[in-house]
Design a protein around this ligand. Structure first.
Ligand SMILES: [Zn+2]
Ligand SMILES: [Zn+2]
Length: 173
């Protein structure tokens, strides 16, 4: 039986209940059950998500892996997979959703994901990329065209001027 309090928490964050959210929710709950994960108030857990779909919102709500803290990293691979890294222990796991949805109507699909045994939903494998470095603090540099400040590593030089990426014209031939 799933933790309905956490499910409501994920739904409140995401805005609605749906099958995709349920996938992320079950992945997050699996990480708690099998790896003793707790809500990360700092960068204790880092998640590399391979999708930017509904499921990723459950990861943020339940595990505290968020864009702003720098412990949610998006790799646009279009797969329903999440890699988790525990900073302290060095442990890591990639959780891939393998469920098939062809047979079930939408409503039942969500319920099935919520209730199905963990091993019917996911495979647990080795992570495929090294642990992401800790969130860095960068100096800000003022763009000489628009006057707005941007992170140092996002500044380009053009005609000897420092420009932000919005003002910089990419030379891509
Ligand atoms: Zn959704
Ligand atoms: Zn600019």
């Amino acid at each position: 039986m799933y933790n309905s309090e956490n499910w409501e928490k994920a739904a409140a964050f995401h805005g609605h209940k749906c099958g995709g959210l349920a996938i992320g929710f079950r992945a997050a709950e699996a990480l708690k059950e099998r790896y003793g994960a707790q809500f990360a108030d700092d960068e204790q857990i880092v998640c590399v998500t391979e999708n930017d779909a509904c499921a990723a919102d459950a990861i943020q709500a339940i595990l505290g892996c968020t864009l702003g803290k720098g412990n949610l990293i998006y790799k646009p691979l279009g797969k329903m997979a999440f890699s988790f890294y525990f900073r302290e222990s060095g442990e890591s796991v990639r959780i891939y959703f393998k469920g098939e949805n062809d047979a079930l109507p939408r409503e039942q699909w969500m319920d099935w994901i919520l209730e199905a045994p963990t091993d019917e939903l996911f495979t647990f494998g080795e992570t495929q990329y090294p642990v992401p470095e800790r969130a860095r603090i960068f100096r800000s540099v003022k763009c000489e065209r628009c006057g707005e400040k941007a992170r140092e590593d996002k500044i380009r030089l053009s005609d000897g001027k420092t420009l932000c990426l919005s003002c910089f014209q990419e030379y891509d031939r």
